[in-house]
Design a protein around this ligand. Structure first.
Ligand code: ZN
Length: 150
């Protein structure tokens, strides 16, 4: 089986909904190809940590574990990373909101987000403040995050 056959079908509208700080509610989702698809499939590099954050959310929706690994800092990336959306008990992602993007300096940034998902018939909210760093290669990577209440 080739990698091409294994790949999840690409949606027309981007699963991230174009999430951005100050995005108006009810805003129309951008096309996948114009949004996270540029990074996941096209090899373009996100210019900001929040663009990387939403492309990682979309990668979870699509089960793109290779992309998640490639955009995770080597020190914190779990060895047993599994993002198969068809696995039993896997979360079904419902939407992303980006609450805040704070550029600390040229190579460090914070992104606060809420991701909604369902698992085992129950709905959850993942509210996290994530840390990102930018390497010498110009690529932003996820480091880790703190779970926030509410
Ligand atoms: Zn997107």
């Amino acid at each position: 089986m080739t990698a091409e056959l294994k790949r999840a079908a690409r949606p027309l509208d981007c699963p991230c909904g174009g999430a951005a700080p100050n995005l108006k509610s009810g805003a129309k989702a951008p096309r996948f190809a114009d949004c996270c698809g540029r990074f996941i499939d096209g090899g373009a590099l996100p210019a900001t940590a929040f663009e990387l954050m939403r492309s990682r959310y979309t990668a979870y929706v699509l089960g793109e574990a290779d992309y998640l690994r490639a955009t995770w800092a080597a020190e914190t990336c779990p060895a047993d990373l599994d993002a198969d959306p068809d696995a039993p008990g896997a979360p079904r992602w419902l939407g992303l909101a980006i609450k805040r993007h704070e550029a600390i300096d040229a190579t460090h940034a914070l992104v606060e987000f809420v991701a909604r998902y369902k698992s085992g018939g129950r709905a959850y909210r993942l509210h996290e403040l994530s840390r990102f760093t930018r390497g010498d290669d110009g690529r932003w990577r996820y480091v880790d995050g703190d779970i926030l209440e509410g």
